[in-house]
Design a protein around this ligand. Structure first.
Ligand code: TRP
Length: 430
């Protein structure tokens, strides 16, 4: 029996969700959470918020608003894991264990940190200006979020892919030192979800000050839609859909038929005022029922707090046993527990597969005997899934000349096929 696939996503609680977050993250995530055969984790990354925000009231308010948004958009806390990062004390605990296996050089390459360094360099100030250790350590905290729940897939935007790769590297380092305890996660970037332009036509983003809040009151929503930048063509003049922010936003909410109808109206010279009215009504039709739920939730923080507490309890039921396992693995143990040592030895006496990535960007694995001697080396794979699949096939006992496996590995010098087979059998039997 294969375990269900785990998806995990965190949302930094440093702002108010806008239409771009809804279209790009909330809506697809709520939809995905209903897929059978998956286990889904959604959490409010409030420790991450502290990296950017030093106003306590804002962190609290944002946490409330974001929690209310997810619930109003239909996330069912009974069917998913929905919790607040700071309620899971195993997260900072794991962060430290991971910190101790993370190279400083790896963190030096993180985009968020490098961007600040580049900015400082350009401004001619000290490179470490405005760089807290929190910003520098951000990828390790994020790795702990992910690895603590053995998540397989992390749905993220392109800007976060590097962090997931770092989490993978960190997990691999830990496993290499202490045994196969952690699951290597992968980024899932969905290019089919809409990237929403903001009111000025650039990507909708708080840093451009062009956002439309998701649950603004109806009248404010109308005002902000009326403020979307358009060209100067007058009523009756045909309009171009290419490069029209208004059209792109409409498309993200409307059906194909509705979108085709607006395209036609553009060609026939619909006035910008009428087009904006259409957009307003279309968005409001989708948002209004959720807005009502949102308003009720935000006005009842105690209820949200209870929901989050229940979520934390559920999440900690998974986190606590793994954390105990990891602490034991690194040697943070009950001093009276000497049986642990014997068990560890037993475990270490098994052959193992090691997956890794080379500087060429390709994925590989090695097969080592119980003493760490190289038995076989794989060829290059384009994705970690492909490498993982071959390992899974080998573990299931696929003969080495099986078409799915043949040609994917080379025995190391001096290793006989029989020795390889015996090690594989020992591993499968364990
Ligand atoms: N850093 C992410 C962001 O800013 C939020 C986040 C924190 C996250 N921990 C995570 C996302 C774990 C995915 C998995 O968007």
């Amino acid at each position: 029996m294969t375990a269900p696939v785990r998806f995990l996503t965190g949302i930094t609680t440093s702002g108010t969700p806008h239409l771009g977050n809804y279209v790009g993250a909330l809506r697809p995530a709520v939809e995905a959470s209903r897929k059978p055969g998956t286990v889904n984790f959604y959490f409010l990354a409030d420790y991450h918020a502290l990296i950017k925000v030093d106003e306590p009231a804002r962190v609290q308010r944002s946490t409330l608003e974001i929690a209310a948004c997810w619930l109003a958009c239909g996330l069912d806390p009974e069917h998913v894991y929905f919790y607040r990062q700071s309620d899971i004390r195993e997260i900072p605990e794991l962060t430290w264990l991971l910190t101790c296996v993370t190279g400083k050089g790896l963190l030096n390459r993180a985009h968020a940190y490098k961007a600040q360094v580049d900015k400082n360099t350009a401004a001619g100030v000290d490179v470490d200006n405005d760089v807290t250790a929190g910003l520098f350590m951000y990828p390790v905290l994020m790795a702990a979020d992910i690895l603590l729940f053995k998540a397989n897939w992390i749905p993220v935007g392109r800007d976060q892919v590097q962090h997931i790769e770092m989490a993978r590297d960190i997990a691999a380092s830990f496993n290499h030192l202490y045994g196969e305890h952690l699951v290597l996660p992968q980024a899932q970037v969905d290019d089919t979800v809409a990237l929403l332009p903001g009111t000025d036509g650039r990507k909708m983003s708080k840093s451009y000050d062009n956002v439309i809040p998701l649950f603004a009151p109806r009248e404010q929503l109308r005002k902000q839609i009326m403020a979307i930048v358009t060209d100067s063509s007058g009523p009756g003049e045909p309009k171009k859909v290419e490069g029209s922010a208004l059209f792109q936003i409409y498309e993200a909410f409307a059906s194909k038929e509705e979108t085709d109808a607006l395209r036609k109206a553009y060609a026939q010279g619909i006035s910008w005022a009428d087009a904006k009215q259409m957009l307003f009504e279309r968005i409001d039709r989708e948002i209004a029922p959720m807005r009502e739920k949102y308003d009720a939730l935000v006005n009842d923080p105690a209820q949200i707090e209870r929901t989050l507490q229940r979520g934390a309890e559920k999440a900690r039921a998974l986190a606590a046993p793994l954390m105990a396992e990891l602490k034991a693995a690194v040697g943070l143990r009950n001093l009276a527990d000497v049986a642990g040592k014997a068990k560890k030895k037993e475990k270490a006496a098994l052959p193992s597969f090691k997956q890794y990535r080379e500087a060429d960007g390709k994925f590989y694995f090695k097969f080592l005997d119980a003493h760490g001697r190289l038995l076989a080396q794989s060829r290059a794979f384009d994705s970690p899934q492909q490498a993982g699949q071959v390992i899974a096939d080998l573990k299931k006992g696929a003969p080495v000349d099986d078409p799915a496996v043949a040609g994917t590995l080379v025995l190391a010098d001096g290793v006989a096929a029989g020795e390889f087979g015996a090690a594989l059998a020992a591993l499968s039997a364990a």
